[in-house]
Design a protein around this ligand. Structure first.
Ligand code: HEM
Length: 508
């Protein structure tokens, strides 16, 4: 055989091999996996090459995207609107079903017991999903997504930084950020103001001051870039790209995302170097992160790259979510003025004319019920995601690797079997005797902050911040929705109002 023939034979064998691998990935493996799920009674729309079911999902979602929602009858039925595919397919295929993102299998879970078993698992059977593309740039590889040692060493540090003693010392910073916002509101009396924008600024200022000792301007700069990146991520969420194609041709959105990522990283590194130059690392969360990046023990140390990502993660996790919570609380209180009055009365009784303090905040019962009911109807994080790391049995059900799991928080929070026929109504009184009673002994059906080892680090931080902000607003203002407000909740990574939240303020 001539040298040329050997090369041709080698190339054609290689091509054949690549083709067979490709065929296996896009056809054999998905079809087999689908059959395995079906054999256990877990059904779903059939796998389609190359998009899976993403086209149907995008179509269903587009039906609602810019359509306003009527809440004149106080019905907050968000599930069919925001997760139309989950709503429709649970009716056809049952409470848990599979569908396909390209050739990736997705298990959607809406059943309380199964959600709980997955989220509470400590055997490393279900891991955080690997973030790809835009989401990876947005969230980085940090606390929110890391696993094992890499996760554990920062989780301990974050728990300490955002736990109750540290929170006590953050109250003055939170109060003065709210006071600054309310000063500005003074010039809006009787006029319309978009409180969603205001809360965006407030929460970025609070997280900047308390966790990173930064001025609002530093935080705002990072926040604005992250917002643009989040918009790109949301726009491309249901698009399927041929694997590896980005290495050859990059879309305009990918180029823009890369540029934003580099600028965000640059801004954070500047802040870190500034502290290192001054030799004052600080005792806040950023200071703690810089310290462990200097650790001599490799096991305890984090890399510069991880440090940047950890900062990004807290900026991302800490402010969009709390902005969402505050925004929807105001919408609900503006439309249910009896609850606005009750909350104001409680604030007066608890603090008199004084500014909110840490002990008083813990005693706000009505406010707590309102916040819980708001988090139930409008959970900022609509789904929790995991991936099956190893074959695992839960009851009779076997969960297979190569499957991503989506637990629909929205489906759990809007399930009439758990919450009753008035499930779509704003009724804070359902939480009067705690979560266990509100859920009829199904506490895992109320998971706005998750459950299990990966529960939200900022749970107390954000509820304290929300209570302080709402107390100070209620003490100073009555508010109603502006006639220009259009109720249009959309999922932009988290739950946000599409057109802001315009209210009219009346000074008390
Ligand atoms: C209303 C406000 C908030 C909501 C609804 C919320 C929701 C959540 C949820 C649902 C998770 C769990 C995700 C999962 O199990 O996969 C989570 C995790 C996390 N949250 Fe929050 N969050 C809020 C505020 C905050 C704040 C203020 C911070 C930072 C100070 C924060 C930092 C984090 C971090 C770091 C994680 C990852 C924890 C881990 O995986 O170990 N969150 N959050």
């Amino acid at each position: 055989m001539s040298g040329f023939e050997v090369v041709v034979l080698f190339c054609s064998t290689l091509l054949c091999f690549c083709f067979l691998r490709f065929l296996h990935k896009i056809w054999v493996a998905p079809t087999r996996l689908q059959a395995k799920w079906r054999s256990q009674g877990i059904r779903g729309p059939s796998y389609k090459f190359p998009h899976g079911n993403t086209k149907e999902i995008s179509y269903m979602r587009s039906q609602f995207f810019d359509k306003p929602m009527d809440i004149s009858h106080y019905v907050h039925d968000l599930f069919p609107r925001l997760h139309p595919h989950v709503y429709a397919w649970t009716k056809v295929y049952g409470r848990n079903f599979i569908c396909w993102h390209g050739s990736k299998c997705q298990l959607f879970v809406t059943e309380v017991e199964l959600s709980k078993e997955i989220l509470m698992n400590r055997d490393d059977a279900f891991r955080k999903m690997d973030m790809e593309g835009y989401l990876r740039k947005l969230l980085g590889e940090a606390l929110t997504t890391n696993e094992g040692q890499k996760w554990a060493k920062v989780r301990k540090l974050a728990d300490r930084s955002f736990h109750s003693e540290s929170l006590n010392s953050m109250v003055p910073e939170m109060r003065s950020s709210v006071a600054k916002m309310l000063d500005k509101w003074g010039s809006y009396q009787g006029r319309e103001i978009d409180v969603f924008k205001e809360f965006g600024m407030l929460t970025i200022e609070v997280i900047s001051r308390t966790a990173f000792g930064s001025s609002c301007m530093d935080g705002k700069h990072i926040f604005e870039m992250k917002e643009k990146l989040a918009a790109l991520a949301a726009k491309n969420l249901h698009k399927v790209r041929v694997p590896g194609i980005s290495l050859v041709v990059r879309s305009d959105d990918e180029v823009e995302a890369e540029r934003l990522e580099q600028r965000i990283n640059g801004s954070i590194m500047e802040k870190v170097r500034e502290r290192e130059r001054e030799g004052e690392l600080g005792s806040d969360y950023l200071g703690q992160l810089i310290r462990i990046s200097h650790e001599s023990d490799v096991k305890k140390r984090i890399t510069r790259h991880q440090l940047i990502d950890e900062v990004k993660a807290i900026y991302g996790a800490g402010n969009y979510t709390t902005t969402s919570l505050l925004g929807w609380c105001v919408v609900l209180l503006a439309t249910h003025t009896e609850w606005q009055d009750r909350a104001r009365e409680e604030v007066k009784e608890t603090f008199g004319g004084n500014i909110p303090d840490f002990e008083g905040i813990a005693r706000l019962k009505i406010m707590n019920m309102i916040i819980n009911e708001c988090l139930r109807l409008y959970p900022p994080a609509l789904s929790l995601t995991r991936t099956v790391a190893k074959e695992t049995k839960i009851g009779q059900l076997c969960l297979f690797p190569n499957t991503n799991i989506f637990i629909s928080v929205l489906a759990l929070h809007h399930n009439p079997r758990i919450w009753g026929d008035d499930v779509h109504l704003f009724k804070p009184e359902r939480f009067a005797h705690g979560v266990v009673e509100a859920t009829h002994n199904n506490a895992a059906a109320f998971i706005p902050f998750g459950i299990g080892p990966r529960t939200c680090v900022g749970l107390n931080f954000s509820t304290n911040e929300a209570k302080i902000a709402l107390s100070m607003i209620l003490h100073n203002y009555k508010f109603v929705l502006s006639p220009n407000y259009v109720h249009c909740p959309i999922e932009n990574i988290i739950l946000v109002p599409r057109n802001g939240i315009q209210v009219i303020l009346e000074k008390i």
